[in-house]
Design a protein around this ligand. Structure first.
Ligand code: SF4
Length: 234
């Protein structure tokens, strides 16, 4: 499928349920589509819904090598419960090599460069092998996500981007998780609504925005995976 063919589907899909969107994706792209997940609450809902509409789905994650033990534990549980092998995409540089090349604690001195090296470049490499990718972003998460469609052309990476939960609320996600006994990251029960790397994630305090715990102390709210332009061009 090319960019020009997306137009009609993009409009029609706005009335589809998450199940319908995922069914269309798997019918259309087969093994050329994969779910991208960091195993947050939304990602777990997408994985569970996908397992109900298509047994053989592909699932990949960007393993920055800075994830929480709780996240690695959840990845093991996902593989057991859904019978999938998570495709783990690693950065080109190990943490030690990154420290040698860019200096210690790059996430403090230049978090955009760190995210670019450990998330954006690996994602670009993975997406170059696919025709479509499935995300778990929701419109009300951040201002930059407010305009996403359920099915859209991804200008930045040059393939189809599928966002089955685009119109879901956080409450809907958690209702789904409880109703279907979906496994989730135990850090969510310790005031971590959004979970990324250990260096850049903290628990949120009462009344704070759910994403206030990501990159605390920086204006940064995204790692660059869902923005139109790269934060940093290497
Ligand atoms: S979230 Fe932090 S540690 Fe992880 S890649 Fe981005 S800057 Fe680096």
């Amino acid at each position: 499928m090319v960019k020009e063919q997306i137009g009609d589907v993009e409009v029609a899909a706005e009335t589809w349920t998450a199940e319908q969107v995922l069914r269309w994706a798997f019918d259309k792209f087969g093994s050329r589509v994969a779910i991208s997940s960091a195993f947050g609450a939304e990602g777990m809902a997408v994985i569970d819904i996908a397992s109900r509409v298509h047994k053989e789905f592909r699932l990949f994650t960007l393993d920055t090598e800075f994830l929480f033990p709780e996240t690695y534990n959840l990845m093991d549980r996902v593989e057991q419960r859904y019978g999938v092998t998570i495709e783990r995409v690693f950065p080109l540089l190990t943490p030690e090599e990154q420290a040698r090349v860019h200096g210690e604690a790059l996430w403090k001195s230049n978090p955009d460069l760190c995210c670019n090296a450990r998330k954006v470049e690996p994602l670009r490499r993975k997406l170059s092998q696919l025709d479509a990718w499935i995300t778990s972003i929701r419109r009300d998460q951040t201002a930059s996500r407010a305009g996403v469609r359920k099915i859209q052309w991804d200008e930045k990476f040059g393939l189809v981007k599928i966002n089955p939960l685009a119109d879901w609320t956080s409450k809907q996600v958690w209702r789904y998780i409880v109703a279907h006994d979906v496994p989730y990251n135990s850090l969510h029960d310790q005031n971590y609504p959004s979970i990324g790397c250990t260096h850049c994630t903290r628990a949120v305090r009462a009344g704070e925005d759910p994403r206030a715990g990501r990159w605390p102390g920086f204006a940064k709210t995204e790692c660059g995976l869902h923005q139109k332009d790269d934060l940093v061009v290497l």
